[in-house]
Design a protein. Structure first.
Length: 274
C-alpha cells in the first residue's frame, strides 16, 4: 500500500487551508431582478390558476350587475361614460386591491414570508411578481365588462384599445396599495377589512358620476389611485377625445403605481425581518 501525503491531494485539508489563506471562496452571483421577477410571476400564476374561473366570475359579474342597476338611473352622456369606465376598472380593483391585500395578509400570518425570505430573490421581485400575477387575471373580465357596458349604454368601442394602458397602470397602482395594506396590517382580518374598504371606495367613488358627488367626496375621489384610470378610459368615449388629458391621467397612474409598489416593497422587507 502506498501512502500519499495529504498536501499533494487537490481537495486535501492542506489545500483547503492554503485556499483560505489566499482568500475566501467566491460566492455565486446575486439573483437579478428581472429573472427573479419572471420566476415569481410564473409561480404565482400557476398557484392561482385553480381559482381563475371563480375570480373572473365574481369580479366580472359584479361589475356587470352594477351597470345593469345603473342603467335605470343613467340614460347616457358623460354619466354613462363614467359608469362604464368605473365598472371596468372595478374589476381591476376587486382582484388587484382586495384579493392581493388578503393574500399578503394571510401570507404574513401563516409565516409564508419566511419561505420567500430564504429564496435568493430581491424583495421587489416578490411584490412585483405577485402583483403582476393577480393583475393578469383582470384582463378578460375588464374587457368583457367594457364591451358589455358599451352595448348597454350605446357607447362607441372605437378606442377600447386604451385598456392596454389602463389595465396595467391602474393595476400597478391598486396592486401596490393592496400589497402594502396586507403587509402592514397587524392581523389577516384587518388586511381583509382594509381590502374590502378599498374596493368599496373604488366602487362608490369610481362608478358613480362625479357630477353628482359633494365637493368633499370629490376631493376624496381624487386621492384614490383608480380614479385616474377611470378618467382616462371615460375620456375616450367622446367623439374627439382630448388625448393630452388621457395621457396625463395615465401618467398619474404610472407615478402612483411606482410609489405604491415601492411602499409595498418596503413593507415586505419590514414584515420579512420580524
Amino acid at each position: 500500500m502506498t501512502v500519499v501525503p495529504a498536501d499533494v491531494l487537490p481537495g486535501g485539508a492542506l489545500a483547503a487551508e492554503e485556499q483560505g489563506a489566499h482568500g475566501a471562496a467566491e460566492l455565486g452571483p446575486k439573483a437579478r431582478l428581472w429573472p427573479s421577477l419572471a420566476a415569481v410571476y410564473r409561480a404565482q400564476l400557476s398557484r392561482a390558476r385553480v381559482a381563475r374561473i371563480p375570480l373572473l366570475f365574481v369580479a366580472t359579474f359584479q361589475s356587470i350587475g352594477i351597470m345593469i342597476l345603473m342603467r335605470g338611473v343613467v340614460d347616457g352622456g358623460g354619466e354613462a361614460q363614467a359608469v362604464v369606465a368605473g365598472s371596468a376598472v372595478l374589476v381591476v380593483a376587486f382582484v388587484a386591491l382586495n384579493l392581493l391585500a388578503q393574500y399578503f395578509g394571510q401570507l404574513r400570518a401563516s409565516g409564508g414570508l419566511d419561505h420567500y425570505a430564504t429564496l435568493p430573490v430581491p424583495p421587489a421581485a416578490v411584490v412585483l411578481g405577485a402583483a403582476g400575477a393577480y393583475a393578469s387575471f383582470t384582463v378578460p373580465g375588464t374587457v368583457v365588462t367594457a364591451v358589455f357596458g358599451c352595448v348597454l349604454f350605446g357607447l362607441p368601442m372605437t378606442h377600447l384599445w386604451v385598456l392596454v394602458a389602463v389595465i396595467p397602470l391602474a393595476g400597478a397602482a391598486l396592486a401596490g396599495l393592496g400589497a402594502a395594506l396586507g403587509l402592514l396590517a397587524p392581523r389577516p382580518e384587518f388586511a381583509t377589512l382594509l381590502g374590502q374598504l378599498g374596493m368599496s371606495a373604488a366602487l362608490l367613488l369610481g362608478v358613480l358620476p362625479a357630477e353628482r358627488m359633494p365637493e368633499v367626496v370629490r376631493l376624496a375621489r381624487d386621492l384614490l389611485p383608480s380614479t385616474y384610470g377611470v378618467e382616462a378610459f371615460a375620456r375616450t368615449f367622446g367623439e374627439r377625445p382630448d388625448w393630452a388629458f388621457v395621457l396625463g391621467d395615465l401618467a398619474v397612474c404610472a407615478v402612483v403605481g411606482v410609489i405604491s409598489l415601492a411602499v409595498a416593497t418596503w413593507a415586505y422587507r419590514r414584515a420579512a425581518v420580524r
